[in-house]
Design a protein around this ligand. Structure first.
Ligand SMILES: [Ca+2]
Ligand SMILES: [Ca+2]
Length: 506
């Protein structure tokens, strides 16, 4: 993978220059392409006339909406610790949820759970080959759009979008700026669908995808009529392999030592399931190089948050906007010898999860948050009721310090995979058997389809080095967690069958 990346971009990213985050006007001037601007302006004009609830001339007479604006920053494969490397995000006051987890730590299932508020086996998106199963007519986009929100998706939708279906925009989205499939990870040489008009970009510095997405997000915010609440789903891909940073960020972490976590290349895996025991030791220098690239590529998302905030401030919306910053799944970078994601362990399932909410001071909330909570939370903020059953719960009571009961465990699930037949250089094709798991404040408990089980006491073993499922000291704990898992799974779980053939690289 590394050699592939280096060979593909032999010159663009060689120079080392100091980090400099330009003001958004500078970014716009640097990156906006005239042809794209003209096409979008024409489209936007037509679209606005068609869907704006109030004619432009009558806007002054309209009653301004008090519904909060909502910005969902959804990064891709971002490792938990890398958020600390984002200077602007780190400088903001957030309600921080340090115990947030994906149910299924993979792109499409995670994104479908965010859109639907349902577990993967309920919304039927159980891996990256099944995103077309999502009912796109019933998502946070349709709920908020029906409630009067002007909605936009800017970035990645699903890995295989548009599924061979052409230039379609899913229901509920007024503005649609979705990158096409696998091309979206490269940051150059990608195709993007702007409201039905596709553009193909090349290798010029101004083509850098992250900057192009920033421009689209800012343009969207600028164009929403005053008085109409907005919902922006900003879904960049620079934090995903092959971790291509913006030209201005290259070299930002040169010479910086990478963390040495205890579970990197876990030496004794005799306590682990067979799938982990089958993993070879990784080249940690290579893993560190990738982690450093991830940190560097993350800086463009940091810039995006800053520019989106600037646009919200310039349009008078900042004080009435909820911002959620999160990722769809984590990334292992060699923890337990795993290179990527989907694993049940912390590095795969643990999500950065930050909320900036009007009139709420910075603080930490340690409650257990699941990725399925996002949809109910956005609906609650918008004052609408989801029209499909929700597996998640609104986080608003936690954010606004209301007393409420809360869950004591997060459900985890993976449908299982064999070798995918993908590119031999793929770093995501580790075969991982199906499993169900729980994450409580203290424990992780996993049951695999192989019959293997795992228990980690995170209070004493935060790096999950010692599987204690057969330790007599934990017998009572295991019995209780097994019963809890049965309860949370429900009495019957018709997990949709999956035939995995040429699963899209994720
Ligand atoms: Ca992902
Ligand atoms: Ca071990």
């Amino acid at each position: 993978m590394w050699n592939y990346v280096r060979a593909w971009f032999p010159d663009t990213h060689e120079p080392s220059s100091p980090v400099r985050l330009p003001h958004r006007k500078e970014v716009i001037e640097l990156t906006l392409r005239k042809a794209w601007m003209l096409a979008t302006a024409a489209l936007a004009a037509g679209t606005l006339v068609a869907v704006a609830p109030v004619p432009a001339d009558d806007q002054a007479a309209a009653t301004p909406s008090t519904a909060p604006n909502i910005v969902l920053i959804l990064t891709d494969d971002q490792s938990y610790e890398s958020v600390r490397q984002m200077p602007y995000v780190s400088s903001q006051d957030w309600v921080k949820f340090p115990n947030a987890y994906a149910e299924n730590a993979l792109c499409c299932p995670a994104r479908a759970s965010i859109l639907s508020g349902q577990y993967d086996w309920k919304n039927k998106v159980v891996n990256n080959s099944t995103a077309q199963r999502l009912d796109e007519t019933n998502t946070i986009a349709t709920w908020l759009n029906n409630a009067g929100y002007r909605t936009a998706l800017v970035g990645k939708y699903f890995n295989a979008y548009p599924f061979g279906e052409g230039l379609y925009t899913p229901p509920g989205w007024d503005e649609w700026h979705a990158v096409y499939g696998m091309s979206s990870y490269n940051q150059y040489h990608y195709t993007i669908n702007d409201n039905g008009v596709t553009s193909r970009y090349g290798t010029a510095e101004t083509d850098y995808l992250g900057d192009q997405l920033i421009n689209r997000a800012v343009d969207f915010i600028d164009a929403v009529p005053p008085g109409q609440p907005l919902f922006l789903s900003y879904t960049p891909t620079s934090t995903h392999s092959p971790w291509i940073p913006a030209p201005r960020d290259v070299g930002a972490f040169k010479g910086v030592a990478m963390p040495k976590y205890a579970n990197l290349n876990e030496e004794d895996v005799s306590d682990k399931p067979a799938w982990v025991q089958a993993l070879p030791l990784l080249d940690l220098k290579d893993q560190n190089r990738k982690r450093r690239r991830e940190w560097t590529a993350t800086l463009n998302v940091d810039l995006a948050v800053k520019e989106i905030d600037a646009a919200l401030a310039a349009t008078g919306r900042l004080d009435n906007t909820v911002v959620i910053f999160m990722t769809d799944n984590g990334y292992a970078f060699g923890a337990h010898r795993e290179r990527a994601k989907r694993c049940p362990y912390e590095e795969c399932a643990h999500l950065p999860f930050l909320v900036r909410y009007p009139h709420q001071a910075e603080r930490v909330n340690h409650r257990l948050v699941s990725i399925v909570d996002v949809a109910s939370t956005l609906a609650d903020i918008a004052g609408v009721t989801p029209t499909i059953p929700q597996d998640g719960r609104s986080l608003v009571p936690l954010i606004t310090r209301q007393k409420t009961s809360w869950r004591d465990a997060i459900l985890q699930h993976w449908i299982g995979s064999t070798a995918t037949g993908g590119p031999s250089t793929s770093n995501v094709d580790t075969p991982i058997p199906a499993f169900w798991g729980l994450r409580t404040r203290r424990y992780r408990y996993v049951e695999l389809e192989t019959g293997e089980k795992e228990l980690y006491d995170l209070r004493h073993d935060p790096f999950e080095m010692r599987n204690g499922v057969n330790d007599e000291a934990y017998t009572t704990v295991v019995v209780a967690l097994a019963a809890k898992l049965d309860t949370m799974k429900g009495p019957d779980m018709p997990v949709p069958a999956v035939v995995i053939t040429n699963q899209p690289r994720d």
